[in-house]
Design a protein around this ligand. Structure first.
Ligand code: ASP
Length: 336
């Protein structure tokens, strides 16, 4: 019996048409039906429009509604493909990995760098790969792009123009397509750790800053003054921040005491934090900052939003954040 796959369209370049004000996601899923049929092989596809947005216009409320829709459809389909703009795709795939934790079917997000109407586009190939993965029976949230399948909570958009726009950061690809066909590395697929339960709440009182020499402490003070509950800091190297003439650590300590959750990650794309090495990192740990380890910025931020949507209890926040929830984080064995 052929596999039943639902394709949900949210917009992005894959569905783009040129209008007076520039490219906009103008095609509905029904306009793309013929092309999708051409790449769906022997799967039985159903299609629906969720929205038609450039992904710069996707917001957390869309993640929540999309997760709910996927959850509603999960028992009637063998897999689900989501068409999405590439710009914020990694945020969506990270958040869906948390909200749909332990889902029982494959959910595969894809997009393209050129519209499906363009004869030299990557769109058809990406949809083919996504549909194929969605039919694999391997549960989880994935991203299919440029003949690779990656774990949803590990991807980042690393190129703005090339077809090879996404990479799996600090984690192996789940599948690759070559002349050998689609090879799935099943050992890299995180095991389900329980039964599925939709968890689509979040807090939008979260923000993110990038550390730079010259950044002023008043910036983070003003953030806390606006009622933010969580702050993700892209710090330097393995997780350092200033504490001497400009005492960021001292300012953060006050804010953490007042209830702000602070997560420290790194500006380096690969390898992650190791905050117990330098004094600059150790001090941040001592005042109660949490460590992002090898998570992508997209996963670290959305995980914070997701956890703060579930609890305000500082020790629960700390515990949840430190757990590898969906394969997003490798916990380091401390050997020193
Ligand atoms: N601006 C587009 C979007 O993210 C880019 C793309 O889809 O490639 O919706």
């Amino acid at each position: 019996m052929s596999r039943k796959i639902l394709i949900i369209n949210t917009g992005g370049t894959l569905s783009a048409v040129m209008k007076q004000n520039g490219l906009i996601p103008g095609l509905s899923i029904y306009d793309m039906q013929k092309e999708l049929k051409m790449v769906s092989g022997d799967t039985d596809i159903e299609i629906e429009d969720f929205c038609s947005l450039d992904s710069a216009n996707i917001f957390p409320e869309d993640w929540s509604a999309l997760a709910k829709r996927i959850s509603e459809c999960r028992n009637d389909h063998d897999g689900i493909v989501v068409i999405h703009g590439t710009d914020t795709l990694a945020y969506t795939s990270s958040m869906l990995s948390f909200m749909l934790r332990n889902i029982n079917i494959p959910v595969v997000i894809t997009g393209s760098q050129l519209s499906i109407t363009n004869p030299v586009a990557d769109a058809m190939e990406n949809c083919r790969c996504a549909i194929h993965m969605a039919a694999s029976g391997i549960p989880g949230v994935f991203v299919a792009f440029n003949r690779k399948v990656m774990l949803g909570c590990r991807v980042s958009k690393v190129r703005s123009l090339s077809f090879d726009a996404f990479e799996s950061i600090n984690y192996p690809d789940i599948a690759t397509i070559s002349s050998l066909g689609m090879r799935i590395d099943t050992a890299a697929v995180p095991e389900r750790t329980g039964i599925f339960k939709l968890a689509n709440t979040y807090s939008s009182k979260v923000c993110m800053i990038k550390m730079f020499p010259g950044i002023h402490r008043s910036l983070i003070e003003s953030i806390a003054g606006q009622g933010y509950k969580g702050l993700y800091i892209e710090a330097y190297g393995i997780g350092g921040m200033p504490f001497l003439r400009h005492d960021f650590t001292g300012t953060l300590e006050k804010l953490i005491k007042d209830g702000l959750t602070v997560v420290v990650g790194t500006q380096c794309r690969y390898e992650g934090t190791m905050m117990d090495v330098y004094e600059t990192g150790r001090r941040a740990l001592e005042i109660g900052a949490l460590e992002a380890h090898d998570m992508t910025g997209e996963a670290a931020l959305t995980k914070l939003m997701w956890i703060l949507g579930m609890t305000d209890d500082p020790s629960e926040i700390r515990d949840f954040y430190s757990i590898n929830m969906a394969g997003e984080m490798t916990l380091r064995q401390v050997s020193r």
